[in-house]
Design a protein around this ligand. Structure first.
Ligand code: IVH
Length: 705
């Protein structure tokens, strides 16, 4: 490389020539990092390193304003918008994920669970299809009148990106299905992968053209499919296999195995390693066989998938959260490697928690280049006595952040010293504190700590929170550094205060600025209460808890006033009203004392309270809308009693929940329906006494529709 960073020269000591040389280097390097991050889905460095380069650029520019370049990174916000240039496709049937298991005991548990759910004997043979778990990127391909018309990525499972043109470049994908029994509309889903040989060839090319090689075939496949220019997809050799389906006008199969054979007969590629298994023991042998074959396969797999074969049984088993109950992924054990621990760095998160991160000499662990690993917390470092200079064992499993499982004691240098956790925040210098009941150490700086401020802002706009498109991590950090957004409420004055500057930013343009302001306007106009409660970043409150709170308090005004009243307890100004409000909060299902205290303390903090109030003035926070389920059972409370004949208890409960009902174990005046099985006893009696509707199993099933 001709250009070089002079990182070691303090800015104050730089000559014009030094500054100009380094600014040229930084402009080139940051542009390269942006391209990798935003366009190739493959960051070259971590966020800290990227931020350090941007800071360095700004420091030099501040001292040498006459040398600011036309293509300076400080004038650009990044290539971020390119990412969302794909148009969106809403999946008419969501693309689900799979629950993971890791050992054989769990395979037997899975088999038993299904049989129990369906009311079958434990020792019965239950049929499965076992498939390799392909390590690529899932896709959905829609065929109408046998012709391929539209393709999408999974996205978040509900909404994916339109990659029709890119999929057309993949030779394996039939443009037309052949056969007399192809439904008028049929959506075939599967995995786009890159064969190992194509991956190696691509990396050779990348190196020859001085571009960075891809870390593994999965990244290469994802980066190649999600290309705005389909010609690039065409140059990259991709492959694919079908393994499931979405919508269709009629279903010409009654089992997974029939489905696979059917699409194969229509010309759609199906993985040759798939096997029909008669019972759970055959799943275990399949797993072992595939483990042995794995190194010799032409493509990467990270486990195997077991699927209930019969479609009618799949339907009865249904779904839990975003995964089918009838299928599961059995992952191969994590892979390990040894490397040198070069440094321990402290990261500061949104709530001030300090997380130690290990910087290690980059090493390939199971096909992925690892250069960092989490060390969790100070206790963990002490417990394992991990020291800088140690040779450490790195382990990774799937997408999980790599971990350090231990050290190699013989390799410890004689002069090594135990790691000392900092007593002050490395970002803002505030004192580090530790709650006696928690392992985590926190920076006490609150929002005066830039790290906490930026992380909370990123959280505020993130997808599951306010979901403001165009305000991704990099842009947010940029606006924060500029001082344009210091706290969430500033977002809603961004256009008024800085609109004209932003519209003129190079690399940003009028259109992207307009998109951003429109996105902000949209959320200001209407934000569901549950999203707002998650966005404000109360420690311990994830999106599920935020939803429970919204469901309970319904409106923002009601929620806030109750939190302030209950908060008096924390302040030791207890009275009957505050005790009652406290009781109300803690009695919400799955909200315990720790979460309760976090919520109340959050609103007792003056800064938080005034910021939340300010936000509420700027945002139209919509009251919680109870589930959109429109069955006759929605919102009703159901009790089951007696022996059910058409389904098991678990199946019945799952059906009721899926239809929006609550299930209770005992009959009370709040019960709406009591479903009577055979030999119903005291509960039936009680229902009669209280005048509650009793219904049969079949009537129950009708109400579920
Ligand atoms: S079936 C409803 N089969 O694994 C069934 N998925 O963890 C949903 N995957 O998003 C998926 N190989 O990207 C299925 N043979 C296989 C698979 C497979 C790989 C991926 C897929 C999915 C993820 C779920």
């Amino acid at each position: 490389m001709l250009l070089k960073s002079n990182n070691f020269i303090p800015v104050d000591m730089m000559t014009d020539l030094d500054a100009a040389t380094e600014l040229a280097y930084l402009a080139k390097r940051i542009a390269e990092l942006n391209r990798a991050y935003y366009l190739a889905d493959d960051p070259l460095v971590d966020d800290a390193e990227y931020d350090a380069l941007r800071h360095r650029n700004e420091d030099i520019e501040a001292k040498f304003p006459h040398l600011i370049r036309k293509d300076s990174p400080s004038k650009k916000v990044g290539a971020e918008l390119a990412k969302s240039d794909f148009s969106k496709i809403t999946h008419s049937i969501p693309m689900l994920s799979l629950a993971d298991i890791f050992d054989f005991a769990e395979v037997y548990d899975f088999d038993n669970r299904l049989k129990r759910f369906l009311g079958l004997a434990d020792d019965l043979d239950f049929e499965y299809v076992a498939e390799p778990k392909l390590d690529g990127l899932s896709f959905s391909a829609l065929y109408v009148d046998k012709k391929f018309v539209r393709g999408a990525t999974r996205g978040d499972g509900q909404v994916g990106e339109d990659v029709t043109e890119n999929l057309k470049q993949i030779e394996d994908l039939p443009m037309e299905l052949v056969g007399d029994d192809v439904p008028e509309r049929v959506e075939i889903r599967g995995e786009v992968i890159m064969m190992k040989k194509d991956f190696f060839a691509l990396n050779e090319q990348q190196l020859a053209s001085k571009q960075k090689p891809f870390a593994n075939p999965r990244n290469a496949a994802a980066g190649s499919l999600r290309q705005l220019d389909p010609r690039i997809t065409k140059q990259r050799k991709l492959s694919l296999f079908g393994y499931t389906y979405g919508e269709m006008s009629y279903m010409p199969w009654s089992s997974q195995y029939e489905f696979l054979n059917k699409i194969k007969s229509w010309g759609f590629p199906v993985n040759p390693e798939i096997k029909l298994c008669k019972n759970v023991d055959e799943l275990v042998s399949y797993f072992n066989d595939m483990g042995e074959k794995r190194p010799f396969l032409d493509y990467d797999i990270d486990g195997v998938v077991y699927k209930t074969n019969k479609v009618d049984l799949q339907k009865r088993l249904g779904f839990v959260a975003r995964a089918p109950r009838w299928a599961i992924a059995h992952k191969f054990p994590p892979e390990q490697a040894k490397t040198l621990l070069e440094a321990i760095r402290i990261q500061v998160g949104r709530t001030g928690v300090l997380t130690p991160v290990a910087d290690v000499t980059p090493i390939n662990v199971g096909g992925v280049l690892v250069s960092h690993a989490t060390l969790h917390n100070d206790d963990e470092i002490k417990r394992k006595d991990i020291r800088v200079g140690d040779t450490v064992i790195i382990q990774r499993a799937g997408d999980v952040i790599p971990q350090i499982t231990g050290i190699v004691p013989e390799k410890r240098p004689s002069d090594s010293v135990p790691f000392e956790f900092p007593t002050h925040c490395p970002i803002c210098g505030s004192l580090v504190v530790q709650d006696p009941e928690q392992v985590a150490k926190r920076c006490s700086g609150g929002l005066i700590c830039p790290a906490q401020a930026v992380e909370s802002l990123k959280h505020f706009v993130s997808r599951d929170a306010m979901n403001i498109e165009g305000l991704g991590d990099r842009n947010m950090a940029f606006f924060y550094e500029k001082g344009w957004i210091k706290r969430p409420s500033d977002i809603f004055s961004l256009e008024i205060n800085y609109g004209s500057i932003i519209r003129r930013l190079e690399g940003w343009g009028n259109k992207s600025a307009e998109n951003l302001f429109n996105a902000i306007f949209k959320v200001a106009n209407e934000t569901p209460l549950e999203k707002f409660l998650f966005a404000i970043g109360i420690p311990q409150i994830g999106s599920a808890t935020a939803r429970l709170l919204a469901d309970h308090y319904v409106t923002f005004e009601n929620f806030l006033s109750k939190m302030c009243i209950a908060g008096n307890l924390v302040n030791e100004k207890a009275d009957e009203e505050s005790t009652q409000a406290y009781q109300e909060l803690i009695s919400i299902d799955s909200i315990g004392p720790i979460v309760t205290t976090e919520i109340l303390e959050f609103f007792q903090n003056e800064q938080n309270l005034s910021e939340v109030k300010l936000l509420a003035q700027k945002i139209n926070i919509l009251p919680f809308v109870k589930s959109e389920i429109t069955t006759k059972l929605a919102g009703k409370t159901v009790v089951f009693t007696g022996t059910l004949e058409h389904m098991t208890r678990n199946e019945a409960k799952a059906k009721a929940l899926a239809s929006g009902a609550k299930v209770s174990g005992s009959v009370s005046s709040k019960t709406d329906y009591v479903v009577l099985g055979a030999d119903a006893g005291s509960k039936a009696q009680k229902a009669k006494e209280l005048g509650i509707n009793t219904i049969t199993e079949l009537e129950f099933l009708e109400l579920c529709e």
